[in-house]
Design a protein around this ligand. Structure first.
Ligand code: SER
Length: 621
């Protein structure tokens, strides 16, 4: 294959192309979703745009394009082969009730085949469309098929596939979803696909590279598909896969957002990537896991390794990388050396990495040193276990093949082995682990559930139930109030809302006094009683900053954002937010319209999350 293209060139081409079709370029949103209790990380390009897909007005208009940082760890155990990774970049273009199937498909085709853009050989492309579902009243997508035909796609290369293949979303239990059309590139041995070959008949030889989702339904809690008020287009083209295709690679670790990491690992270990399959696998795991951990820790929400939720995922990634480093013979701290390379690769695209570099380096070094203090002993303990099994077998002829929950818990508690690491090592020795029993020991000791992290991870996107909306507004009031009572050093570090409560993490060096907590409650309840109006204005990030709005400034200064205000006097035109306003915060919404429907605000708990970060749990009664 002759085309050679870098990640930088591909990102640029994609955004340029859609900008030329009147799309506004958005920066990537944070990897940590705002106000969504059901997932730990942003898992798809559409994720941060959900409010807008459901009908909220987007300040940048109806045609958007972006490249979104995403994390999916469902397949974490598959990492080590030539194609799985846990961090990826999703290129997407979006229509919020603007264009629909015709333009979406025509532009996909143009971008893929035009020599000015990807210049792919049209005869090596095939597509799939949705076959339809009578029981749900969803028709076969002849509309999409006809558009493909009008572009010259041969009929036998259009395949009709069911929900499993050609339906997208909702990302959780409820939310926007719809049929999609997927584009595939021929990767078979022969130069061209044989006549009659398509992704339905010959799945293994076609690589999916792009997915145009036609979001026209909203799945409700009772399982019904109701037409969305506005029809949207959500497309997703994975950067990594596309680079593999365009460069004719067979291994995703060959692309330029991975390869320098592999080279660094070769240098640090003195081993060669292609030495043998075990070495290849360990190097891939290290490269993938430390790349992902660095992206999470280097996000503006700064996640440190810990034993719960996102921090636990980071810990698992880092500790697994350390163990595989050990298998390669690396016995000194090395994680920060890989992280430096990751930051080097991505800092032009995701400038937050440079802002948070110091934090990443510090926390990684801390985590690695901590784990290195115990890993050798832990490995000895594990060997002892194996030996015990062997001796028992020799003595009694009885083959014990299960590590008990208590033993796994000891490895966790005393030596810092995440359960998943023990599971992996058990598997390498053809053993199993009594996970249920482990969970029991764990719960007894911690009170908190490690499994909680996993469950959330499988979850989906938040609904916009009435209570969630109230808690969302309460979160703004809390943020503003904390800055008044404690000082302007208070910054949001995390927010998580369910229908039952809000949880808010913020920077503050010490425990809050009872008096401070009471002041916060009183001020918020005062604001609620005042029945303040909640409204928003659209402005550039720069303007928002000048007007004193708080919130995450992850967009570039020229980007337009929404600024929500609580308590802005009604007489003021919405664009001029004055300094008397109770709260002004950059946010996508939605919020309550007036505060008096919110009930009474009460703090349940104020506690430490990590050093310098406090957490408040509160309810509306
Ligand atoms: N949401 C779809 C996907 O992630 C298209 O962007 O594949």
């Amino acid at each position: 294959m002759s085309i050679m293209i870098t990640s930088r060139e591909l990102r640029q081409k994609y955004l340029e192309f859609f900008a030329s079709k009147d799309h506004k370029i958005l920066p990537s949103a944070s990897l940590i979703p705002e106000n969504d209790p059901t997932v730990l990380f942003t898992t798809a390009g559409m994720h941060p745009l959900v409010p807008y897909l459901l009908g909220e007005k987007h300040p940048e208009g109806k045609r958007l394009t972006n490249i979104q940082k995403c994390i999916r760890t469902q397949d974490i155990d598959e990492v080590g082969d030539a194609r799985h990774d846990t961090f990826f970049e999703m290129m997407g273009n979006w229509s919020l009730g603007d264009y629909f199937k015709k333009e979406a498909i025509e532009w996909s085709w143009e971008f893929l085949t035009s020599p000015k853009y990807l210049g792919l050989d049209a005869s090596k492309l095939a597509v799939s469309v949705f076959v339809g579902e009578d029981e749900n009243g969803i028709p076969r997508d002849e509309e999409a098929a006809d558009i493909w035909k009008s572009l010259g796609m041969a009929e036998e290369k259009i395949v009709y596939l069911p929900r499993k293949n050609n339906w997208w979303g909702p990302a959780g239990q409820t939310g926007p979803c719809g049929p999609d059309t997927e584009m595939f590139f021929w990767k078979g041995e022969s130069e061209f696909p044989p006549v009659g070959s398509n992704p339905g008949t010959d799945e293994d030889n076609w690589l999916e590279i792009w997915n145009d989702v036609f979001m026209q339904y909203n799945k409700s809690e009772d399982g019904q598909y109701k037409p969305l008020v506005q029809k949207n287009v959500d497309t997703g083209m994975g950067l990594e896969r596309t680079l593999v295709t365009l460069n004719g690679f067979i291994d995703v670790f060959q692309i330029d957002t991975f390869w320098p990491l592999i080279q660094k690992i070769e240098e640090l270990s003195g081993r060669e990537y292609i030495e043998n399959s075990e070495v290849t696998k360990s190097m891939r795991i290290i490269a993938d896991h430390l790349r992902t951990a660095t992206m999470i820790m280097g996000d503006d929400k700064q996640i440190a390794p810990s034993n719960v939720d996102r921090g636990y995922i980071v810990r698992r990634l880092v500790r697994r990388a350390i163990r595989h480093g050990r298998l390669l013979g690396i016995h000194e701290n090395f994680c920060d050396k890989i992280a430096v390379e990751v930051i080097e690769i991505f800092k032009d695209v995701y400038s937050e990495l440079e802002r948070n570099q110091e934090f990443v380096m510090l926390e990684l070094a801390k985590e690695e040193s901590k784990f290195r203090n115990t890993i050798e002993q832990g490995m000895k303990e594990f060997e002892k276990l194996l030996n015990g099994f062997r001796i028992a077998f020799e003595k009694t002829g009885k083959n014990v093949t299960e590590i008990s929950g208590k033993q796994a818990f000891k490895l966790f508690e005393s030596y810092g082995f995440p359960l998943e690491m023990t599971l992996e090592m058990a598997q390498e020795n053809s053993l199993t682990v009594d996970v249920n029993n482990f969970e029991e020991s764990y719960k007894i000791h911690q009170g908190l559930s490690r499994a909680g992290a996993e469950q959330k991870f499988k979850g989906g996107l938040a609904d916009h139930g009435e209570m969630s909306v109230k808690y969302h507004t309460a979160t703004h009031l809390l943020h503003a109030t904390l800055r008044q009572v404690l000082g302007s050093h208070v910054e949001q570090r995390g927010s998580n809302i369910t229908a039952e409560r809000l949880r808010f993490d913020f920077s503050h060096p010490e425990k809050m006094s009872d008096d401070q907590k009471k002041q916060v409650e009183d001020l918020i309840n005062y604001a609620i009683q005042q029945n303040y109006k909640v409204s928003f204005a659209e402005m550039t990030v720069d303007e928002a900053k000048n007007k004193g709005a708080i919130g995450l400034f992850e967009d570039k200064y020229e980007n337009k954002v929404k600024v929500y205000s609580v308590g802005e006097p009604d007489v003021m035109p919405s664009a001029t937010i004055n300094s008397q306003t109770f709260s002004k915060e950059i946010c996508g919404g939605p919020h309550v319209e007036h505060t008096n429907i919110m009930g009474k605000f009460k703090i349940l708990k104020e506690e430490a999350v990590s050093s310098g970060i406090r957490r408040i749990k509160a309810v509306l009664q």
